[in-house]
Design a protein around this ligand. Structure first.
Ligand code: SAM
Ligand code: SF4
Length: 339
């Protein structure tokens, strides 16, 4: 594990955006096979390519030393990574020192029964749980392998442990579009915010993207027929735009990477489980941080590689669902960069 860090300069990109939010994919594996995220027969990375828990800790700590104040663990499914609680426990020292304001994760919820209380005891306050439907059969069809009841029990466990839960749902044309009001009532009824995500053209998942794509402008218009949606300036440092739903008193977020541009305020970078740094979710450019990690015990090379990468952070992305060629805009899967 990393020892005391030298004081390092903050990470500011060429467009004067400070990088304060790091998302780390701790594994490419998952116990689900969501249709928009993975193909059913995925080939996963060889174990030797993955960063060890110690390397993940060192990498995250290097970013914390550079001014990252929010760290999100994701995947694949972060809670299926063996030893994940060791990593969470060790990263929690940055919460205690005050360097990190938030340590959080995005999960499919399947392992929360087991881990919710421990997450809370390590200083995790809020988590995002991905859930697209409350219908058990549909849930199985979307996730291919998931069990809705296990996830719902996991959400119960998380709330019982005192974790604040936000639900993320991907809007899927003809699949859950008619269910969004009931998801909203359910989430808000339990004191959970809901964020709806527009499906993104990432990775070949063996399904037809154009068949999944549902513009959130349409979802919002439909919701506005039933609910009073008030725009708010509430921001979590993420790309979601939030409205307050008058009838439920809860918050509803929309993440619309395809129809909206949220790049101007982007404060984040992403690392894959092999130590590849992506400066933008929507661009291919990346930097390898595993080699500088593995070839030197000092963090100097690592910091130099991080600096060189952040200096290349692009101004924005240009997602398109390619209507002529019908192929994903980017070849990597969401489970690599973690969303
Ligand atoms: N396994 C965890 C989960 O499902 O929450 C964390 C990783 S998952 C890749 C992170 C988020 O990305 C989930 O909310 C998932 O629904 C979303 N996601 C995956 N593929 C997507 C896609 N093609 N378009 C939009 N969202 C996607
Ligand atoms: Fe797994 Fe999350 Fe991808 Fe679903 S969205 S397959 S739960 S990584």
């Amino acid at each position: 594990m990393s020892t005391l860090q030298k004081r390092q300069p903050a990470l500011i990109d060429p467009f004067q955006r400070a990088i304060t939010y790091l998302r780390v994919s701790v594994t490419d594996r998952c116990d689900f096979r969501c249709v928009y995220c993975m193909a059913e027969n995925m080939t996963f990375l060889p174990k030797a390519d993955l960063l060890s828990l110690e390397e993940l800790d060192r990498l995250c700590s290097a970013f914390v030393a550079r001014g990252v104040t929010k760290l999100r663990l994701t995947g694949g499914e972060p809670l299926v990574r063996r030893g994940i609680m060791t990593l969470v426990g060790s990263l929690s020292r940055h919460l205690r020192s005050g360097a990190l304001k938030e340590l959080t994760l995005t999960t499919n919820g399947s392992q929360l029964i087991k881990y919710a209380a421990e997450l809370k005891s390590h200083g995790v306050e809020r988590i995002n749980v991905s859930l697209d439907t409350l219908n058990a059969e549909k849930f199985r069809a979307i996730t291919r392998w998931g069990d809705l009841h296990q996830v719902l029990a996991g959400i119960d466990a998380a709330q019982a442990a005192g974790l604040k839960v936000k639900i993320n749902a991907v809007a899927l044309k003809g699949v859950n579009e008619d269910e969004i009001p009931s998801l909203l009532d359910w989430a808000h009824g339990r004191g959970m915010d809901l964020t709806i995500i527009e499906v993104m053209p990432l990775g070949d998942v063996g399904d037809e993207r154009l068949d999944q794509y549902l513009p959130l402008s349409l979802v919002r218009a439909q919701l506005a027929e039933r609910y009073t949606l008030r725009d708010t300036d509430y921001a979590t440092g993420g790309p979601a735009r939030y409205v307050q739903v008058q009838e439920t008193g809860g918050r509803l977020g929309f993440i619309t990477p395809l129809t909206h541009n949220f790049c101007e305020s982007c404060n984040r970078v992403r690392i894959t489980c092999t130590g590849t740094l992506f400066m933008c979710l929507g661009q291919e450019d990346a930097a390898d941080l595993r080699a500088p990690l593995r070839t030197s015990e000092s963090d100097d090379r690592l910091h130099a590689a991080i600096d060189a990468a952040v200096a290349r952070k692009p101004k924005g992305h240009d997602f398109v669902i390619d209507r002529r060629h019908r192929r994903p805009a980017l070849s990597r899967h969401m489970s690599m960069t973690g969303g």
